[in-house]
Design a protein around this ligand. Structure first.
Ligand SMILES: [Zn+2]
Length: 534
């Protein structure tokens, strides 16, 4: 017996169309959809049938052919967005990953910027005990591997230490990591020379991984840093992904044709180089990334000891004053606190403002002293308003640029984080596509789906195609928009009506469902070992 729904229901409702006793070929059908399939080609009209978590058929499909139906009339259906630049090592404590689901993201790659688990099997294995909404993959990170083997020392590894690091990377790749990441502004990645990274990248290359890098410099020496990244890819023989591609030195604003040109030249030579980007002119990272590398050698306790020695503070202030002047910013007004544990009233205020409130002073030296004090008290999460909108737009238009948030899993109303963790994808689709017409909707979707899937080796995701995983988002292209702002970041975007992960509905209108269908995204190393033992 068919239970055809005749009631007028709210827009976001999954209609049960047949009883369980009636066998139907499909689990779910999405009808009347305008499909943007992820390839970049124009939208087309089709129904989508889902069976066992996969897209079973595209075409004309009757509601009665499935147990449930979604009417997507007037809406876009696209592949679930794949966010390849995240920091979600803590995802098992917030398994709903609500901020990601509510911006249409169905797959995450974590372990970026040099920090990851060093036990990939254990990390991804926890999925069996703690189910999550999203699919999850990880990189194996150079900084974490280096820390495990040689602590936070500012020196080159011995041959034996390098062998140990290679072994940790190798195990991570065998256990399913999708590549190697670095964070070359952070301790201890900052102490590694190029040859050390090439050696570890060769291991990742052997297992089919890529090299994802938070480069040594994104400001004054950004060109050198891009060249180093490309050199590592060419010497180790693997694709290069430059993370959160940007120019953060004010004096170099407008130079993105030059930085893009370096990437294009390497691509012309045959190297696979891609970049990712979030759709904002501010970045976000720790406060200590402003402090000199020599001060931070050996870690936080060692730095505190150094600061207690005579002359250290003066040297830090002198170097940072000089560095600020070279960066083109007149003071630390561009640096805003996102989270500061010892005094949460600092959250949302700039270093310039905090310094004025605490000391009454407005000079740069006093601001640097305030930064050092906050570092000694445990540090802070920061937002840096350091980019030029024209550079952001120019980078977004490049065909090799994908959209990624650089965010963690967010807890509602905790601190004042960067809004990208709530709004990134919706901002691209609403602001840059609809309002500014900077890129087409189809191209924007490609940058969030097939491009990241192909770059990171996720061979059955990123397209609306028969046989592919049924990770899907349904949204209204006329309504989609981000609502998170710098002042008020804990705001979900508007315009999404459904999000499906592996065929299960995880977002239904305004509501998250209880479904936790996320699976581990395993790299080529794991897959080839599995195939070899079958
Ligand atoms: Zn980073």
């Amino acid at each position: 017996m068919l239970l055809v729904c005749v009631l007028t229901l709210p827009a976001a409702i999954v209609h049960p169309v047949s009883s369980a006793s009636q066998p139907t070929p499909y689990d779910l059908v999405i009808r009347n959809a305008r499909v943007i399939d992820g390839s970049g080609k124009p939208a087309f009209k089709a129904d989508i049938a889902i069976k066992d978590g996969r897209i079973a058929r595209l075409g004309k499909i009757k509601a009665s052919e499935a147990r449930q139906a979604i009417d997507a009339q007037g809406q876009i259906v696209a592949p679930g967005f794949i966010d390849v630049h995240t920091h979600v090592e803590s995802i098992y404590s917030l398994p709903a990953a609500e901020n990601f689901i509510r911006m249409g993201v169905t797959s995450l790659i974590t372990g970026n910027c040099g920090t990851s688990t060093t036990d990939v099997a254990q990390f991804l294995g926890r999925l069996k005990e703690i189910p999550i909404t999203v699919n999850l993959g990880t990189l194996i990170a150079h900084g974490s591997v280096r820390r495990k083997v040689m602590g936070l020392d500012d020196r080159a590894p011995t041959p034996d230490e390098l062998k140990q690091m290679e072994a940790v990377v190798e195990q991570g790749m065998k256990d399913g990591a999708v590549g190697l990441s670095t964070g070359l502004i952070y301790v201890p990645g900052i102490y590694a020379k190029t040859d050390e990274i090439v050696a570890l990248a060769k291991v990742a290359a052997h297992y089919g991984g890529l090299y994802a890098t938070h480069m040594r410099n994104e400001g004054e020496f950004v060109a050198d840093a891009i060249k180093e990244s490309i050199q590592i890819g060419e010497q180790a023989g693997l694709p290069v992904e430059i993370s959160h591609f940007k120019i953060s030195n004010r004096k170099l604003w407008g130079q993105s044709p030059m930085t893009i040109g370096l990437v294009q030249a390497a691509r012309t030579r045959g190297l696979r180089v891609t970049v990712d980007q979030y759709a904002y002119t501010a970045s976000s990272t720790s406060l200590d990334s402003r402090l000199p590398a020599w001060l931070r050698a050996g870690g936080f306790e060692a730095a505190k000891k150094r600061l207690a020695e005579p002359g250290t503070r003066e040297r830090v202030v002198a170097e940072m004053t000089e560095g600020l002047s070279r960066s083109g910013f007149k003071d630390y007004d561009y640096a805003v606190v996102a989270s500061y544990e010892p005094d949460q009233s600092f959250n949302g205020k700039s270093i310039a403002r905090i310094t004025k409130e605490v000391t009454g002073k407005t000079d740069v030296q006093s601001q640097i002293e305030q930064i050092v004090k906050m570092y000694e008290a445990g540090g802070a999460g920061m937002i840096y308003h350091g980019m030029d909108e024209n550079d952001v737009q120019r980078i977004m238009k490049e065909p090799f640029t994908m959209i990624a948030s650089d965010s963690g899993v967010r807890q509602a109303d905790e601190s004042v984080p960067h809004p990208r963790g709530y709004g990134n994808n919706a901002r691209v689709l609403g602001h840059y596509v609809r309002e500014l017409k900077l890129i087409s909707l189809e191209d924007a979707v490609r940058k969030m789906t097939s491009l990241p899937a192909q770059t990171f080796g996720l061979s059955d995701r990123g397209f609306v195609r028969e046989g592919f995983a049924a990770d899907l988002v349904i949204f209204d292209k006329n309504k989609i928009i981000d609502r998170a702002t710098y002042d008020n970041p804990h705001q979900f975007p508007a315009g999404f009506s459904y999000v499906l992960v592996n065929g299960e509905v995880v977002l239904l209108g305004d509501q998250l469902t209880a479904a936790r269908p996320g699976v581990a995204l395993l790299g080529h190393g794991y897959q080839s070992l599995k195939n070899a033992t079958q």
